[in-house]
Design a protein around this ligand. Structure first.
Ligand SMILES: [Zn+2]
Ligand SMILES: [Zn+2]
Length: 350
């Protein structure tokens, strides 16, 4: 946790599988790994089951808050959807548009997982893209998925290297997904999150020997989603209240995504400020000629301002101020040593 101005920032890992589906470790075990790595919350999404939630596994595990949702897919195993804050399971036999509706009907919220997954070189591993974009009730999309990115570049020549160094394949979110995300935000607020899709898989290489790739410990040092809260999380206290705070921040897009491998991004801040108003990431502010965006990264970074999906300005430095001269949706991409490090959600200027 880190406080700057009126916001507390907490870093979390979203989209994790446990032994309740195809993960290799149980939830308390995974939570104890997270406790060593300065992670504030973990959101589990086992395939088509809320059983760990029914079994009472949500709560505080020392300093880590565990929330449990699920990852729903359709009968053809496409259209993976991360559903949170629901108390009933949703049938995966429904068509995707129906389960998207059902999740919001149950008072929950949902994120489209790995929306644009593509693989060209290894046909034996199928892809799981999102195909029903005309569905309007989803709350967000996973703009960066560690597992998807890893699988995408995988081929028979590099697979040994990639098995040994899974973190090296984390480079950048897909341009196609970012474009879609910006477009969606021109219509309504759609949150972007980062997912690791952690399984702790055991793979057999050439049928000869087994290696565990995607160790939770390694993956937990890659893509993180940071939420900004107005009130501190009370560690070890009422976990339901804590989860409410985290879920509300995610739903409101009061969050940003980072690649932890390049450094801890807990200090990142971005506010839009005018003579009369001030909002942070996920907020909405009225246009005013004095309106500017203040960005602070604490390191010498390249900071790119994106307006309605187009890069309109860039600076180098640890503190930047951009004048916002038009209405629309603004977000920031931060690069450290030429590598993508932080992606903010949008601020809407109306
Ligand atoms: Zn999936
Ligand atoms: Zn998954």
């Amino acid at each position: 946790m880190n406080k700057i101005k009126n916001y507390y920032s907490y870093s979390g890992v979203i989209h994790i599988h446990s032994t309740y589906s195809d993960g290799s470790r149980d939830i308390p075990d995974i939570a104890s790994i997270a406790n060593e790595l300065d992670i504030d919350f973990l959101l589990f999404t086992d395939h088509n089951t809320l059983q760990p939630k029914f079994n009472g596994l949500q709560g505080w595990y020392d300093k880590v808050l565990v929330g449990i949702g699920c990852e729903i897919n359709d009968i053809s195993d496409q259209n993976h959807y991360l559903a949170f804050d629901i108390d009933k399971e949703v049938s995966w036999k429904l068509p995707p548009k129906e389960y998207v509706k059902k999740v919001s009907g149950l008072g929950g919220f949902g994120i489209i997982a790995h929306p644009d997954e593509k693989r060209t070189s290894m046909p034996e591993y199928p892809t799981y893209p999102w195909t029903v974009w005309d569905s309007k009730e989803f709350n967000g999309i996973e703009i960066w998925n560690q597992m998807s990115e890893w699988m995408e570049g995988l081929n028979h020549l590099n697979k040994f290297y990639r098995f040994i160094h899974p973190r090296k394949s984390v480079t950048a979110p897909k341009q196609e997904t970012l474009r879609k995300w910006d477009e969606l935000n021109l219509e309504r607020k759609v949150v972007g999150i980062g997912g690791v899709d952690a399984h702790g898989h055991i793979y057999k290489l050439w049928g000869l020997f087994k290696v565990i790739i995607f160790r939770y410990k390694v993956l937990f040092k890659t893509i993180r989603t940071h939420v900004l809260l107005t009130e501190e999380l009370k560690k070890g206290k009422d976990y339901e209240k804590g989860l409410r705070q985290v879920y509300d921040a995610l739903k409101n897009a009061q969050c940003y995504i980072s690649n932890f491998m390049l450094g801890d991004a807990d200090n990142f801040r971005m506010i839009a400020i005018s003579e009369n108003e001030e909002v942070t990431i996920g907020g909405m502010i009225r246009f005013h000629k004095s309106l500017r965006l203040q960005v602070s990264t604490m390191l010498k970074t390249k900071n790119i301002l994106i307006h309605n999906g187009i890069a309109v300005n860039e600076t180098i430095g640890d503190k930047t101020e951009f004048l916002l001269q038009k209405r629309g949706v603004y977000r920031i991409e931060v690069y450290l040593d030429k590598r993508p490090w932080i992606f903010s959600n949008h601020i809407h200027v109306v």
